[in-house]
Design a protein around this ligand. Structure first.
Ligand SMILES: Cc1cc2nc3c(=O)[nH]c(=O)nc-3n(C[C@H](O)[C@H](O)[C@H](O)COP(=O)(O)O)c2cc1C
Length: 339
């Protein structure tokens, strides 16, 4: 008969950690210290390269390697200005995993990563993209539903599960977006997921370096408060961000309107306007996470925010998930008459 260990096995072996639960990269939060703490607790962590200066990323990778002997990933934003430097660095420093986020890795970038010995993970927002990424050699996929915090796609996890998880068995698939309970994790494992990725849930742990006001805002918020940013018109490409509704979101809408008007008056190039849109988030997230500006900063969070209400030590938060998985497994076995 199938055991819970059987359900955990694929993800556990792929990631090389006790629990195939990924603390998703969170720019300004997922630094070397946080990664090491997640690893020490038995889960899998991602160092967020964000928009870091390459030298800073280098020292963060080296520091992570010093602090933990467990495998970890470096999360690279393919649209970040220093992306190609980041990629070279991560490969040179032989990090065990690279997660490509923000866009898709090109074939040459996947090849380079694999040659360095790192395993490649990438986000698959559609069935066609999942096929292409697998054919191009990625080792695992992440399915992130639009319930998630941070930059998001438009499709919910329920749909991605049917379009991608149920269609592809050849590589491990980790699911993300809206997860904050072990009960749900069990059902994803039963559906064929190799594991899960959580962001918001780990952002409110004691070890997260987010400002106390950031964590407090997350603890107070309800699921409906984590909203996706609107795109004004179609002139500028806006990758939606899910964050708590605040004045920062209004400022962002105003910024888009102002940039569109400037474009009409030909006062700014499309590239400049686009860069201002993206830079808005980098700066706004930093202000919220580091300075605790939860009014005009960007308090990025998933709808899972409605399921977190207190700041806890990371290990306690992780073990609570694991014990919920186990309790639900017992319950399910009884319900099915298997125990
Ligand atoms: C504050 C914050 C920052 C994030 N930054 C990144 C990032 O730099 N790179 C990335 O791939 N995902 C980023 N994410 C997404 C998370 O890694 C994760 O996939 C997401 O939070 C999952 O949804 P959940 O918050 O409902 O658990 C961020 C999420 C949050 C909440």
């Amino acid at each position: 008969m199938i055991t819970l260990d059987d359900l955990w096995r694929r993800g556990r072996e792929f990631l090389g950690v006790q629990y195939p639960i990924i603390a998703g990269a969170m720019t300004w939060i997922s630094d070397s210290s946080f990664v090491a703490k997640v690893s020490q607790a038995g889960a899998f962590a991602c160092l967020a390269a964000g928009n870091m200066e390459p030298e800073k990323l280098k020292s963060e990778i080296l520091r992570t390697k010093m602090l933990t002997s467990s495998p970890f990933a470096v999360n690279l934003i393919t649209i970040a200005p220093n992306y190609l430097y980041h990629l070279d660095l991560a490969c040179e420093l032989a990090v065990p995993f690279i997660v490509f986020a923000g866009g898709y890795p090109r074939q040459a970038e996947i090849n380079l990563t694999r040659q360095s010995g790192a395993k490649v993970m990438a986000f698959a927002p559609t069935e066609a993209m999942a096929r292409r990424l697998i054919d191009n050699g990625v080792d695992a996929l992440i399915l992130e539903g639009s319930e998630a915090g941070g930059h998001i796609g438009h499709v919910s996890l329920t749909i991605l599960i049917q379009q991608v998880l149920f269609q592809f068995r050849e590589v491990p698939i980790f699911v993300a977006g809206g997860i904050a309970s072990g009960r749900l994790i069990l059902y994803f494992l039963l559906m064929g997921a190799a594991g899960v990725q959580l962001g918001t849930y780990f952002a409110v742990t004691e070890e997260s370096r987010a400002h106390p006001r950031f964590k407090e805002a997350l603890c107070r918020a309800q699921a409906k408060d984590a909203v996706a940013t609107p795109q004004v018109g179609s002139e500028l490409k806006v990758i939606s961000v899910r964050a708590l509704r605040n004045r920062g979101l209004e400022i962002f809408t105003d910024l888009q309107i102002e940039l569109i008007q400037k474009r009409k008056r030909k006062e700014i190039s499309h590239e400049e306007a686009q860069a201002l849109v993206e830079n808005f988030w980098v700066g706004a997230l930093r202000r919220a996470v580091e300075e605790g500006d939860v009014e005009t900063g960007s308090v990025m969070a998933g709808q899972s925010v409605g399921l977190v209400s207190k700041v806890r030590p990371l290990r306690e938060a992780l073990l609570s998930l694991i014990s919920e998985v186990e309790i639900e497994w017992q319950w399910l076995q009884q319900k099915l008459g298997l125990s």
